[in-house]
Design a protein around this ligand. Structure first.
Ligand SMILES: Cc1cc2nc3c(=O)[nH]c(=O)nc-3n(C[C@H](O)[C@H](O)[C@H](O)COP(=O)(O)OP(=O)(O)OC[C@H]3O[C@@H](n4cnc5c(N)ncnc54)[C@H](O)[C@@H]3O)c2cc1C
Length: 409
């Protein structure tokens, strides 16, 4: 293993791999990614892979759009498939106000060159005949997004980066981090690595890893369920894959998976995990599923997509998802710790990981990001957010689900 590099990236999920990839694309090839277990061993392996362009914060759209672009570029560079399905997405409007808000985004998407249209119910039915449009006010349609294979994308990014000269060391957990003589020293079981820069991309583990430096990063994990159905007759007869569907009433996203559905559910009362620190013996296992908690959402989902109720449930995954108090990632430098960068706290890390890798790598290499996005800056919470207040804020974000925040940027 290398013992001296320009950059150590800690964590081999979609985000760490994206940062590594973009650093090498921008010419910083003396980089080493260390991963505690295997690439994708955190939340990435069980993610649904949705990469929609539509998010609650219009300012974030560039990160979403940059992500699909990044994964497709990494696929080309590495020859490794990222499994992109360009199904497009529908965010249905459940009120006239929601539709009005969707219209307010039109200019933003136009400026970014991203196809985006507010469509009517008859158009929804053509694209997704399984949706019951009764009572809907149309939908925001982004036809060029879809979903990727999160593991495929992570491996493509890492492979492309290593082709350019970067290194990846698996089964190599960071044990401690300290600064000495102007350099960072990363302790691992295989020895100490000296680096000018360290990128902390270890999701909810980053909180414990940074605590030794006196940094209080407000990163906490909730449990998050996704459910995959058996084949659905109505989908089998179609000649196209239906767009992903998101709905603030159901608080749920549903996309096609094979000939069935895959639904991700944002519960009203989220359950947290490992509030006292991530257990040392946690590998990458899932939690027991708790279907009862999902029932109120499933009932609404069946109102909206009746065919969902006809299909048997094949798999239920309940995995950890990382949150910050405002639901946005911590991305950027920490001014009091020169050379230390955060890329942690992603709850839609597949959707935003690739674009975030690009954003952070530009900041590191060029001295500033390639566009302004203060809402993600790593130091925005200061160092004194209490656990109680962070949890209350995260609960509010989680139960917000697919509702739009009051202040839309
Ligand atoms: C059920 C479910 C479905 C989801 N579906 C979607 C979706 O459709 N779209 C979407 O955008 N997001 C989805 N997510 C969220 C998504 O999984 C995460 O946002 C994303 O995987 C976060 O990536 P990451 O790289 O930040 O973290 P992780 O994937 O958790 O990676 C962190 C890595 O750091 C490593 N690590 C930890 N400690 C150390 C250490 N000491 N030294 C070295 N390495 C270390 C870990 O092993 C891990 O591999 C879903 C989440 C869940 C639970």
């Amino acid at each position: 293993m290398k013992t001296g590099v320009q950059v150590v990236v800690v964590g081999g999920g979609i985000v760490g791999a994206s940062v590594l990839y973009w650093l090498t694309r921008l010419g910083w090839t003396d980089c080493l990614l260390i991963e505690r277990r295997e690439l994708t061993s955190g939340s990435t392996w069980h993610a649904a892979g949705n990469t929609t362009y539509f998010g609650p914060y219009a300012q974030m759209t560039r990160l979403f759009a940059g992500s699909i672009r990044t994964y497709l570029q990494a696929q080309e560079d590495s020859g490794h498939s990222v499994g992109f399905h360009q199904t497009g997405s529908l965010r249905v409007a459940t009120t006239a106000l929601e539709r009005q808000q969707f219209h307010s985004f039109e200019q933003n998407y136009k400026a970014l060159g991203i196809p985006y249209q507010v469509i009517n119910n008859d158009q929804i039915e053509k694209l997704h005949p399984c949706i019951n449009t009764e009572g809907l006010f149309g939908a925001a349609h982004t036809p060029t997004d879809g979903h990727v294979d999160p593991a495929g994308a992570t491996h493509a990014l890492a492979k492309a980066a290593t082709k350019c000269g970067a290194s990846v060391k698996r089964q190599c957990p960071m044990k401690a981090l300290r600064k000495e003589g102007g350099h960072w020293l990363v302790d691992t079981p295989d020895g100490v690595i000296r680096a000018q820069h360290v990128v902390m991309a270890a999701s909810f583990w980053s909180k414990d890893l940074l605590a030794g430096l006196g940094i209080n990063a407000p990163l906490y994990a909730t449990q998050h369920h996704e459910m995959i159905t058996e084949g659905v007759a109505a989908l089998k007869t179609l000649d196209h894959e239906v767009p992903a569907f998101r709905d603030s009433y159901v608080s749920c996203s549903v996309r096609q998976e094979g000939q069935g559905f895959l639904a991700g559910i944002y519960e009203t009362d989220p359950v947290f995990w490992a509030l006292d620190g991530i257990p040392k013996d946690f590998k990458e296992e899932l939690f027991p599923s708790e279907i009862d908690r999902l029932m109120p959402h499933l009932e609404k989902l069946i109102d909206r997509i009746p065919a969902f109720g006809d299909a048997g449930i094949k798999t239920v995954n309940n995995g950890p998802m990382c949150w910050t108090p405002d639901g946005l990632p911590l991305l950027g430098p920490l001014s009091e710790h020169e050379g230390l960068w955060l890329a942690s706290g992603f709850n839609v890390g597949i959707g935003t990981g690739g674009g975030s890798g690009e954003f952070l790598a530009h900041w590191m290499v060029d001295g500033k990001p390639h566009f302004d996005l203060p809402i993600v800056h790593a130091d925005r919470f200061g160092n004194s957010v209490s656990r109680e207040s962070a949890i209350e804020s995260i609960k509010a974000c989680y139960r917000q689900g697919y509702k739009l925040p009051d202040q839309i940027g």
